[in-house]
Design a protein around this ligand. Sequence first.
Ligand SMILES: Cc1cc2nc3c(=O)[nH]c(=O)nc-3n(C[C@H](O)[C@H](O)[C@H](O)COP(=O)(O)OP(=O)(O)OC[C@H]3O[C@@H](n4cnc5c(N)ncnc54)[C@H](O)[C@@H]3O)c2cc1C
Length: 249
Amino acid sequence: MTSTVPPAGRPAGGLPPITMVGPDFPFPYDDYLGHAAGLGQIPATAHGTEVAVIGGGLSGIVTAYELMKMGLKPVVYEADQIGGRLRTVGFDGCDPGLRAEMGAMRFPPSSTSLQHYIDLVGLQTRPFPNPLSPATPSTVVDLKGESHYARTLDDLPQVYRDVADAWQRCLDEGAEFGDMNEALRTRDIPRIREIWARLVERLDDQTFYGFLAGSEAFRSFKHREIFGQVGFGTGGWDTDFPNSILEIL
Ligand SMILES: Cc1cc2nc3c(=O)[nH]c(=O)nc-3n(C[C@H](O)[C@H](O)[C@H](O)COP(=O)(O)OP(=O)(O)OC[C@H]3O[C@@H](n4cnc5c(N)ncnc54)[C@H](O)[C@@H]3O)c2cc1C
């Protein structure tokens, strides 16, 4: 399991971290987790009542755990394998150290609720080797037969920095990204709702590609093409171009 190290509270002199994007945007679920009263209470007369939990993926297991803590008796029904889409498997007859992730393996530090359960069961995490990240010894970008070896964005030709700037500008201008981040940092839920409602109304029928192409920052086809093939974070995004921009956001 891989993750970036979660920020511990507000960095000295800096902005508070964004910690409420997942899983229950825009609800700060970790506030409930941290609350002395727990997630809720069940009258003592109902303690021991069986509750069916359908599905033994992460959601089902966490649900069962929390129900149990409340004094109920969850029974998990799993049609296939416990773990669902969050499962690590080994291979018969192979080195026991050889493992494959059958689903999720990257968890942003903003997912503090997930981190709560990761800590609870004592799982170890380590930074994910995203392209150009400090955890990555090197990144090779190979586009149309031209290879560039880089440790940071500054090692790449100017056009890549222009594409990165265009994406940032496009988000700021078209998706109120700066304001949304600020609202998330300060956990200003009315403000988050207000911004999101506006975005839903404006971008409801917009694709990811349409969002880029309609932006002044991404006027150049070449820049959109590089963005689609090289992308940000984990790599290219052009296979996601037909998807809704709201889903991407
Ligand atoms: C390839 C891949 C990569 C991913 N990468 C990431 C990532 O890097 N980071 C990230 O955060 N997320 C990632 N995800 C998403 C993440 O894995 C899921 O969001 C998460 O595991 C979902 O958990 P869940 O418990 O809600 O659902 P699931 O894990 O899908 O669990 C549902 C369970 O219910 C069972 N079930 C369904 N119907 C029934 C039924 N009728 N009766 C009994 N059991 C039933 C299923 O068999 C399954 O085990 C990835 C997913 C995939 C597939």
